[in-house]
Write a protein that binds this ligand. Structure first.
Ligand SMILES: Nc1ncnc2c1ncn2[C@@H]1O[C@H](COP(=O)(O)OP(=O)(O)O)[C@@H](O)[C@H]1O
Ligand SMILES: [Mg+2]
Length: 276
């Protein structure tokens, strides 16, 4: 049955999901948020972890075409898209191709530019990214209207996140972040972690960080990853799935900033303006 779509957005909202290190849940969060958002919107989830494809593995899919074929001109962006549900399509990355890790900024820009040929209704483009301070991540984040930084309750995660935000500010002039705390027990713990980050950020960096919420630690999550069955699809009434639905509901209130042009060509405009 075709789901009812709101299609409330004038232009797609581009959201990068990133974080200071690997293994903190970025890919699972990008996937489950996309699955929650697609219940009322049209979503594309792009696997921007260009060297180590994740999203297709989380979904248990073995795919023939991916972003590297698009960049090499072997197929169109739409040929590499896979329909997961009525509202969600994914664009997989390639795994183990060094050439994809070493893309220059124009090539990275080309990825987003390819979206300008995408004419179907679209509400959200969600980009999952590689861990840490990597050029591709900075470029994707600079291309986005919203940057979600995933954080967990570990001292190293705090220092890595601080370093990431510092570099993104210096090199890409990204000055607004939303922080999502993963693998904690409750909101209280999440806010404590967030306030530790706020203390150092406010003291040393001229950026704004906003608490987005938290995702609880849940063994079901690990099980679902092992089974290659996303929690939101296969354990849709679990605590963690309900949390993703709440977060997605909150995201539907995110508006394009009036100072940015919006649309998918936003990437190149912004990149060019920061490299001049
Ligand atoms: N909220 C959570 N509760 C329990 N385990 C989690 C949670 N979030 C992530 N994980 C586990 O952490 C591992 C790494 O997640 P992943 O999304 O691949 O991280 P990243 O993309 O940051 O490298 C996964 O195997 C997953 O099971
Ligand atoms: Mg990942």
């Amino acid at each position: 049955m075709q789901a009812t779509r709101h299609n409330s957005r004038q232009a797609p909202l581009v959201i990068t999901v990133t974080g200071g290190k690997g293994g903190i849940g970025k890919s699972n969060i990008a996937l489950n948020l996309s699955l929650a958002l697609q219940q009322q919107s049209q979503v594309i989830l792009m696997d921007g972890d260009l060297g180590l494809a994740n999203i297709n593995v989380l979904l248990g899919l073995d795919l023939k075409r991916n972003l590297s074929h698009v960049l090499q001109g072997e197929c169109q962006l739409t040929d590499a898209m896979i329909t997961i549900t009525n509202g969600l399509q994914i664009i997989p990355a390639s795994s183990g191709k060094k050439v994809m890790v070493d893309l220059n900024e124009m090539e990275l820009g080309g990825i987003i530019h390819a979206f300008s040929q995408y004419t179907q209704p679209l509400d959200y483009l969600v980009i999952d990214t590689a861990a840490g301070i990597v050029k591709s991540v900075g470029c994707f984040a600079a291309a986005s209207h919203e940057v979600i930084v995933v954080l967990c309750n570990e001292p190293a995660a705090l220092t890595d996140t601080y370093a990431l935000i510092k570099v993104f500010k210096q090199d890409y002039n990204i000055s607004r972040y939303r922080v999502l705390v993963n693998m904690v027990d409750n909101d209280h713990e999440a806010r404590k972690v967030f306030s530790k980050l706020t203390t150092v950020i406010e003291r040393f960096l001229d950026v704004s960080i906003q608490y987005m919420g938290y995702v609880p630690y849940d063994e079901l999550f690990r099980k679902s990853v092992q089974q290659q069955k996303p929690v939101l699809m296969h354990y849709s009434n679990s605590r963690v799935a309900l949390k993703f639905k709440d977060l997605a509901k909150q995201m539907t209130n995110w508006r394009l900033q009036s100072s940015v042009s919006g649309g998918l060509e936003f990437f190149l405009e912004r990149r060019l303006s920061t490299t001049e």
